[in-house]
Design a binder for this molecule. Structure first.
Ligand code: NAD
Length: 437
């Protein structure tokens, strides 16, 4: 099938590439000329395991093509997928300007029947607005269908998630469009959930909100665990082995970040407010998540008796989670900004995300060499549980550090081992070790 994907970011690039991998002819279009130039030269603008090889392979076989030519993208495809960003506005609502601008471009270039699919995460009712805009911009000359096909991939395993998708949600107004989209997904050999457009739009928000709720829930339990000397990791294990609960998203820590959970929950809360619907669970989920950042900042202050001036603090991990270079809403931003306010001397490690971090945190002193970052530091703060951080040589770390103080926002190490090794070690929802040997 001939498919065009509008927006070549984390979602558009990965899903476009994977659609080409299962045999479709895919055009990826973006307004960012520099991004398209890079992709055309075989350079991948984001870090995503396995993506580079897949892009090169499918470009070579002629199944994947990158362009800024929206007219070509629209006229040449039978299915057009919108995958542009929907960032948060200061009000918390989703900024739909990129979506509506893409819809207008589609309408202006419409030349025959097409299915116009929204993969971006958009609030309830957005697809109907897209329909209006396309209709207006095309002068109502051509028949088309709209569809909601939300994306569930996880950054860091996006290629795997797409090629092995657990389900495809297809929300349409007509059976014709549903059949076309079912055909599009055939090569993924996945479960198809066919529904109406509004239901599909809400499935995405409900799924993300539920996952964020699990994280905030375990973080709330962590506060109790810490108070009573219990271990939140064991509590999560004890809960998660119950098949009704499941083990995923029950990791206590510094809280969720990234480009999806924070903005999707704000957008859903904004939808609630606009429609006079109270959503107290989601309000609490957000509140707990903000608190988790503060809990870590308080733990850092406690470790240094509130004297952070000129203290050299090694920040381990900048990305909002491992295996991605995405810095959007990363807890590292809040922690570093607070430490800077306290005049601490920050040095950060991350294997991949430093270029993106430098765009957000001015004058960031950072290195991809973990030993250089630890050398002579007064203490360590763990923000991202990268494999390289989890597998750190603790003996070596102790010799490199000026003071063996570790504040762990991801519960990476075992408190008992840290105690034996003589570290000051404070994590989330587990006993705190304060005796330095
Ligand atoms: P992104 O910011 O990485 O990419 C968006 C791309 O769209 C950019 O390259 C931008 O230049 C391009 N763009 C904007 N307006 C355009 C236009 N009119 N024509 C062509 N290109 C245009 O965003 P993303 O992370 O890929 O997210 C896209 C959507 O998918 C969002 O709604 C997001 O919530 C949703 N989503 C994201 C993830 C994720 O993990 N990133 C997962 C599931 C769903």
């Amino acid at each position: 099938m001939k498919v065009s994907v509008i927006g070549t970011g984390y979602v558009g690039l990965v899903s476009g590439t994977c659609f080409s991998e299962i045999g479709h002819e895919v055009t990826c279009v973006d307004i960012d000329q520099e991004k398209i130039n890079k992709l055309t030269m075989g350079e991948i603008p984001i870090y995503e395991p396995g993506l580079s090889d897949l892009v090169k392979k499918n470009v070579k076989s002629g199944k994947l093509y990158f362009t800024t030519d929206i007219k070509y993208a629209v006229t040449s495809a039978e299915i057009i997928i919108i995958a542009v960003g929907t960032p948060p506005l200061p009000s918390g609502e989703a900024d739909l300007s990129y979506i509506f601008s893409a819809a207008k471009s589609i309408g202006e270039n419409l030349n025959e029947y097409k299915v116009i699919v929204t993969k971006s995460t958009v609030p309830l009712g957005t697809n109907l607005k897209i329909k209006e805009i396309v209709n207006e911009a095309s002068g109502g000359k051509y028949d088309f269908d709209i569809a909601s096909n939300p994306e569930f991939l996880r950054e860091g395993s996006a290629v795997y998630d797409t090629l092995n998708m657990e389900r495809a949600v297809i929300g349409t107004e007509t059976e014709k469009a549903a059949l076309i989209l079912e055909e599009l997904h055939k090569g993924f050999n996945t479960t198809i959930i066919k529904t109406d457009v509004s239901t599909a739009e809400l499935i995405k928000y409900a799924a993300n909100s539920f996952l964020a709720t699990k994280i905030s829930f375990i973080n709330e339990m962590a506060k109790l665990a810490e108070k009573f000397g219990a271990d939140i990791n064991k509590i999560a294990e004890g809960m998660g082995t119950d098949s009704r609960i499941g083990p995923h998203f029950l990791k206590a820590g510094i809280g969720y970040g990234g480009s999806c959970f924070p903005k999707d929950i704000s957008a859903l809360l904004a939808t609630g407010i606009k429609n006079g619907i109270d959503l107290p669970i989601l309000e609490a989920v957000t509140k707990v998540n903000v608190q988790q950042r503060n809990i870590i900042i308080n733990k850092i202050n406690e470790a240094f008796n509130g004297e952070l001036i000129n203290k050299r603090i090694a920040i381990l991990g900048l990305a909002f989670k491992p295996n991605t270079d995405d810095m959007r809403e990363s807890p590292a931003i809040t922690v570093i900004n607070e430490l800077k306010k306290a005049n601490a001397d920050i040095i950060a490690y991350d294997p991949i995300a430093i270029p993106n971090a430098c765009k957000i945190i001015p004058d960031l002193n950072a290195s991809t060499n973990i030993d250089d970052v630890l050398n002579g530091a007064d203490g360590v703060v763990i923000i991202t549980d990268w494999k390289e951080i989890k597998e750190i040589d603790l003996d070596k770390m102790k010799t490199l550090l000026k003071n063996p103080i570790v504040i762990d926002g991801r519960n990476v190490f075992d408190p008992k081992q840290m105690e034996k090794m003589g570290f000051y070690y404070d994590s989330i929802g587990r006993p705190k070790i304060t005796t330095i040997i």
